[in-house]
Design a protein around this ligand. Structure first.
Ligand SMILES: C[S@@+](CC[C@H](N)C(=O)[O-])C[C@H]1O[C@@H](n2cnc3c(N)ncnc32)[C@H](O)[C@@H]1O
Length: 279
């Protein structure tokens, strides 16, 4: 097992700001489908006071605001919040307020939300326990905390396909560490997510495993989503030379075609766990 030094908030902010354009263009529209499902499962409705932590450009906040929920959306990266606010303005949604804020130290009152949630946000914090403690602190007694986190990497197909193609095209290349796994997969096992939620003092903890379908119309599309979905992906791609990129693309082309019986695009599945608990 190797130890990794935790990046500073400044580094984290810079890394996510650096991919905010691509994230907003390519990742948020895919994730909004999942966000709509989470809004439905949590029973959010007009007047629900929702906190969305590590909100990105609004995959959960915007669908909740469309129903009239009273949403505070926070993210460490101002670039994400600018885009979230722009989405809200474009739809004329006045009940969502985007604020730049570290999810591990929220500048928000105790007990002030009915529901505090995070999609692939708090689950990738270096100090997830601190992020969870903050969600619990700002949620009213009897309110709910919800964490949506990726399942195992091999079941998040857009990542597994990309990593598989890199391994096949570049023998000997180790694309991602496995021990410990990258932070987005630190609670991939439902039992681990359950333990973390219970450890934060939540009651009636429940874990539901969902399948999120992500539609890719080409290898280029999958490539751009991988590069924009997390700074880890952007960093991995930056380390490939032109020849390696061409080889990886060719392998990916074959994988997508095999998946979709010969047509260029494919729908890939991602397993995600929705963990909820009562404060
Ligand atoms: C994978 S994205 C998820 C965004 C959004 N929840 C979604 O599902 O589309 C992770 C987000 O976490 C944010 N983030 C990372 N560390 C953070 C921190 N300490 N506090 C708040 N946000 C953070 C990033 O800026 C990024 O927007």
């Amino acid at each position: 097992m190797t130890t990794q030094q935790a990046p500073s908030n400044e580094q984290i902010r810079g890394a996510w700001n650096g991919i905010a354009d691509g994230f907003d263009e390519l990742v948020t529209p895919e994730t909004m489908v999942l966000g709509e499902e989470i809004v439905r499962r949590l029973g959010l409705r007009a007047g629900t006071r929702l906190l969305d932590v590590a909100a990105g450009s609004g995959a959960l906040s915007i669908p909740a605001a469309r129903l009239g929920a009273d949403v505070v959306a926070t993210d460490i990266a101002p670039g994400m919040i600018e885009r979230l606010n722009a989405r809200a303005r474009a739809e004329g949604l006045s009940s969502v307020r985007g604020l730049t804020m570290d999810g591990q130290a929220l500048d928000l009152e105790d007990d002030s939300f009915d529901v505090a949630a995070s999609i692939n946000g708090v689950s990738l914090f270096p100090d997830m326990a601190r992020g969870l403690a903050e969600l619990v602190r700002v949620t009213r007694p009897g309110g709910r905390v919800a964490i949506v986190a990726f399942g195992p990497m091999e079941k998040v197909e857009f990542i597994a396909y990309f990593i598989g193609a890199v391994r096949a095209a570049i023998p000997g290349f180790t694309p991602l560490p496995t021990n410990p796994p990258p932070l987005p997969f630190q609670v991939a096992a439902p039992g681990v997510l359950r333990e973390r939620l219970a450890g934060a003092g939540l009651h009636d903890v429940q874990i539901d495993t969902l399948t999120w379908d992500m539609a890719f119309d080409s290898v280029q599309h999958l490539w751009r989503v991988f590069a924009s979905s997390n700074p880890i992906g952007a960093h991995l791609i930056a380390g490939l030379n032109d020849g390696q990129r061409a080889d990886v693309s060719q392998v990916l082309e074959g994988m997508l075609r095999e998946r979709s019986a010969g047509v260029p695009g494919a729908v890939l599945h991602a397993e995600v766990n929705l963990g909820t608990g009562t404060v």
